[in-house]
Design a protein around this ligand. Structure first.
Ligand code: NDP
Length: 450
């Protein structure tokens, strides 16, 4: 265990004030113990020391002019973490909470997630501390253009291929691609998550949510169970949450909650998907408006949440799908879920459960799908978008969905078989981390000290 302690202490000194990054590193290193102990080669080649240090970190100023004519300045980031398996691949997040530590945690997780998909993609992540809420379309466009005025020189279809994440959807990708094209003169597959009108892939929008539900389905199937009739808690009301809810309905489950930063909607008979899409995809308003259309549903304002957690996880249900953001599910929330009889948790968001919460799930031996496995459907379908762009093809919805199902099944099998190989068959955290690590580490060794 000393190497974990030593690594974290070193990171705290060399990369100060990056709590989420240390948390992600600690979780991975903790589960790598069995493989590191039995394989001297990883130590000899300083794999851990190299893996926790990004290959390249780009931080830049993003100046833009708001609708009142005032100059605003944000901080932009692109962390190119690891390219052992392919070009850097990972989303861009626009949210006021973004800082170097958050982008580094996301980029670090992305390395293992991308390796698990079995596709040739490395790990990266980026974004800005820009808050898209309340901004006009013109402001969003000017911000995206300024962001790309710096980023364009670092990205490309065979070097670094960004996509969306929190606050970045097809509209933002459109503005960024337009500016990239203007600056470089290239019409190429430099972004994924593009509009279907000009190079986007069918199913990309739905992929993270759908994939997260497929992952839950495979976890349940392995125990002889199905999703049919299961009451499900979903957090978030964005891209991942909406398509998690859609797929849950398609597979016969009943999602009863969704949430945003203003609070949680609890609709006993099931969330109305049309209303949710209208509020979030069309009108882009707060979730408290949901109860105006459905007075029988309950809205729990964020101000009324328990001090030690999140109201959404205190509602009794059989399955939970955290699909909002990091550390949104505390140890107390995990205990409440288990006490209420939850049998499975599949993470659509990145690192939504705190490390203590994860321990609660593992101790209770419920089916627990960590984000880097359960939400990998998004990046996997991004890679399918890259493949279609590079070969100038367009696959049907059914074709892409079928490939997504196969990829999610393989991720589940890879994580569970690796967990079994190391004597902890129920521990998909260990299985996912070791399976992803092994692939990247062995590729790094073969590529020499670079
Ligand atoms: P969106 O921006 O579409 O939606 C995010 C949702 O989460 C919103 O409802 C938002 O509410 C809520 N949320 C965000 N931050 C907070 C917060 N601090 N407190 C409470 N609620 C919050 O993002 P996505 O759906 O794309 O992403 C959700 C999660 O899934 C993230 O962890 C992301 O990294 C992960 N992910 C996304 C992928 C993708 O393909 N999009 C791929 C893999 C993982 P509000 O609007 O009020 O802020």
């Amino acid at each position: 265990m000393t190497y974990i302690h030593d690594t974290i202490v070193r990171l705290q000194k060399t990369s100060p004030a990056q709590a989420e990054f240390y948390q992600a590193v600690e979780e991975v290193l903790d589960s790598l113990q069995p493989i590191l102990e039995t394989n001297e080669k990883y130590q000899k080649h300083a794999i851990i020391e190299r893996m926790v240090e990004p290959e390249r970190q780009i931080m830049f100023r993003v100046p833009w002019v708001d609708d009142q004519g005032n100059v605003q300045v944000n901080k932009g980031y692109r962390i190119e973490f690891n390219s052992a398996l392919g070009p850097y691949k990972g989303g861009l997040r626009f949210h006021p909470s973004v800082n170097a530590g958050i982008i580094k945690f996301l980029g670090f997780e992305q390395i293992f997630k991308n390796a698990l998909t079995g596709l040739p993609i490395g790990g990266g992540k980026g974004g800005a501390n820009f808050d898209p809420k309340g901004k006009s379309d013109g402001e969003i466009m000017r911000f995206c253009q300024s962001f790309i005025n710096e980023l364009y020189r670092h990205i490309g279809p065979t070097t670094d291929v960004p996509a969306g994440d929190i606050g970045v959807g097809a509209r933002e990708i459109g503005y960024m691609f337009g500016q990239y094209k203007r600056l470089t003169g290239n019409y190429d597959g430099v972004f994924t998550g593009k509009s279907l009108l000009w190079g986007g892939s069918l199913v990309r929008k739905e992929a993270t949510g759908y994939g997260c539900v497929y992952f839950a389905q495979y976890m349940l199937e392995a125990k002889g169970d199905t999703l049919a009739g299961k009451r499900c808690l979903v957090s978030g009301a964005g891209n991942v949450a909406i398509y998690t809810i859609e797929k849950l309905y398609q597979l016969g489950a009943v999602p009863v909650t969704c949430s945003d930063s203003s609070g949680t909607v609890y609709h006993e008979t099931g969330i109305n998907l049309d209303t949710l899409k209208e509020l979030k995809e069309v009108r882009k308003v707060r979730l408290n408006e949901y109860v105006a259309a459905h007075p029988e549903a309950k809205f729990i304002p964020a101000a009324d949440y328990p001090a030690d957690g999140n109201a959404v996880w205190r509602i009794p249900a059989q399955l939970a799908f955290p699909c909002a953001t990091q550390n949104e599910l505390s140890e107390a929330d995990a205990k409440a879920l288990v006490a209420n009889g939850v049998i499975g948790v599949s993470e659509g968001a990145n690192m939504p459960s705190t490390q203590d919460a994860v321990e609660v799930f593992l101790d209770a031996k419920i089916s627990y799908g960590p984000g880097k496995a359960a939400n990998a459907g998004g990046v996997a379908t991004s890679q399918l978008e890259m493949a279609q762009n590079a070969s100038m093809q367009r696959w049907s919805f059914e074709e892409v969905d079928e490939k997504l199902k196969v990829i999610m099944k393989n991720i589940f099998l890879n994580a569970s078989e690796t967990a079994a190989e190391f004597g902890e068959p129920h521990n998909l955290v260990l299985g996912a981390n070791i399976a992803g690590f092994r692939k990247v580490a062995d590729a790094m060794i073969e590529q020499g000290v670079v």
